[in-house]
Design a protein around this ligand. Sequence first.
Ligand SMILES: Cc1ncc(COP(=O)(O)O)c(C=O)c1O
Length: 371
Amino acid sequence: MAPTQPPLDTLVPPYIRKIEAYVPSKPDDVLRSMYHTSSLVRMNNNENVIGPPQKSIEAIMNFTPERAAIYPNGDSYHLRHRLSEVFRHPACSFLIGNGANEVITFVIKTFCQKGDNIITTDKTFAVYEWAAGFSGVEARLVPLKDHAFDEEAMIGAIDGRTKVIFICNPNNPTGTYWSEARLRSFLRRVDGRQIVVVDEAYAEFVDQPDYPEGMNLISEFPNLVVFRTFSKMYGLAALRIGYLAGNRNLVDIIRRTCIVYSVNTLAQEAALGALADDGSHIRRTRELVRASKEFLISELDRMNLPWIAGEGNFVVIRLPVSDTLVYRRLMAKGYMVRTMTGFRFPNHIRVTLHDLPVMEGFVQALRSSIA
Ligand SMILES: Cc1ncc(COP(=O)(O)O)c(C=O)c1O
């Protein structure tokens, strides 16, 4: 007799039943054969095309395979102590996760229960909304204003069940950012009643005098949590390592939701290497991003294609035709971009900036894909 099927409609909570699972892109070899292309440039995930800094590369090369048998340090001790020196906060103010994605779930698990809500915007990094959704928590999505987070509308959306407010600074995908004055004024208005998360995944790309390092504000605002990642500027996306920082009391509570050993040894050591870089990696990357952005934007203007670009290593492009159609045409030419219709930007694509020779090839491919 066949085993009885579990009663999924009674076992699975309604908020999980209504979720559609995220479908990740297929591996490069599968995509190359699907689209009959011998090469594939990934321009869909805002990775650093330069790769990791030299000292991270050395850390990875020095990792001897026997060490794979040993569990990693359970709370990234050395990395937290190094972050403590870099940012001058106690080591217990830092909590390391398997990418910034994991620390998003820590925060929601810590503060939200059924009936609570989080606030963010409708056009930002989607994981805040998804993590709320699979936790049974309402995500209130306040529209952007002039492509930026709208503090007035966000304050207006707060009610007695609002627990966390997520601000992506600079915003993925629009590249806008709040200045220090704007962030401080928002934090003063929230006045400690909710947790305010400032996601600084792209902070190291920003070279603007009024850009606030949230890290400098955590002693002053005990409800502030800052996210950082080693996936973007530091080119360690495959190793999955990111972190949050906040007031020690707050981080002590958030730590209760962590599952130990989610951050592997190689990632911890490569991240330590990244922090030992003398600044040349950031300078080189910023220069590449600046030159590619300038080139792409001037080409888009020549093609009469509207674009959205600010801080960060990406540009959003509005297309005169369907984004999925252009995606397929670009894939056949060896360029993979992010379609944005599913992220509430109908018929837009987001493109990660590469070096100039790649961008030149991409522009040619784009021109023929919209013709
Ligand atoms: C704004 C933002 N936050 C967080 C993340 C997640 O980063 P990680 O790779 O560390 O999980 C991303 C990745 O795209 C991002 O764009």
